[in-house]
Design a binder for this molecule. Sequence first.
Ligand code: SAM
Ligand code: SF4
Length: 380
Amino acid sequence: MGIAAMRVPTIIALTFALPIAGKSAAEFVASPPPPQAPSHARKPDYLIDSHGRTIRDLRLSITDRCNFRCVYCMDPDFRYMPKQQLLSLEEYLRLVRVCLTLGISKLRITGGEPTLYPRLNDLVREVGRMSIDDVAITTNGSLFEKMPLQQWRTDGLHRVTFSLDSLRPERVQAITRTESTPAGVVRAIQLAREAGFDPIKVNAVVMRGVNDDEVADFADFAIEHGIDMRLIEFMPLDSSHAWDRSQVVNADEMLEKIRARHEVVAVADDDPSSTSMNFRFAAPKSQIQNPKSRLGIIAPVSRPFCGACSRLRITADGKIRPCLFSLSEWDIKPLLRDGKSSDSDLRDFIVNAVWTKQAGHGIGSKTFIQPSRTMSAIGG
Ligand code: SAM
Ligand code: SF4
């Protein structure tokens, strides 16, 4: 996919509700509950799958809406789920509370674009009261000027990750299909820093023929702004289903491009469940030294890290997705809305759903099937 092919007019977020792309509404109605997990999987503070992986990290998507249409994520004509299908604030909070009793210790608030969620401030305040070890948000940063960042920090949001896929304004506009600019994200980084967020991460999806000539520039950007820059391999989670292996710039290639300009040293991540390869910059090639600067390469396609996966995803419409690439998802909304299911019933449901987590994503296999949901409808 070249950048010319991606260029389309600015998109204004669609606010009407139709079935999500590639899937009719009927296909999302009343899925059966997950099969029973064995009794040894049911313990307090314990969430384990059938492959022995402990799940500690919840990714909660609080909206499928977005004001961007990134080429690797959402098509311009992408349709949102009807609002009544989405969970309420109280339902999100109930699920988070239940997950905490199962040993979840990290929460990432994501979407869609989470800053579009009208009750985000309430959500941050309430999860801040739950004493979760690590609460983070992933955002495109476009609405950051309007966000009560200081309040979020006080309320208990620990970390912010931004997305920025190019350092060139015209490319950012072509990739996001908006009028946004890298300067806007730099401003958002400054605001986040002033509010006390540290470290700050920035994600870039690297795609061949789109931004792969900027890999070393992203390293410069990390040094200049004292951030943790994450370069992500393009995954088959785009709504156009146009993903092709030839568009993936793999970790080795990224590293080679970086090493041509910078000396980098592998470091352990502060976060033990991190799935990225992490580096710090070393003299003498790096002219400017900023001790906070880091580089991470996230390589789910060329170096799958499924064996170490500790993640569970809940979508904005209440589907439990044990894996990004799950073809089955488990609908917990009927239990949330039937007026009789207890928290213990919800716990059982989640334990059963997690038990079904697949061993790996299988992107490399001939039988791989791309899920209907896009990254925006799953929660990245
Ligand atoms: N809207 C917010 C943002 O863009 O930061 C949060 C949601 S977005 C789905 C979360 C992350 O998923 C972003 O960093 C984005 O770059 C990444 N992402 C989306 N589609 C992807 C794909 N096909 N391959 C790899 N990463 C993807
Ligand atoms: Fe929106 Fe994030 Fe998807 Fe881009 S990656 S379209 S900002 S949800």
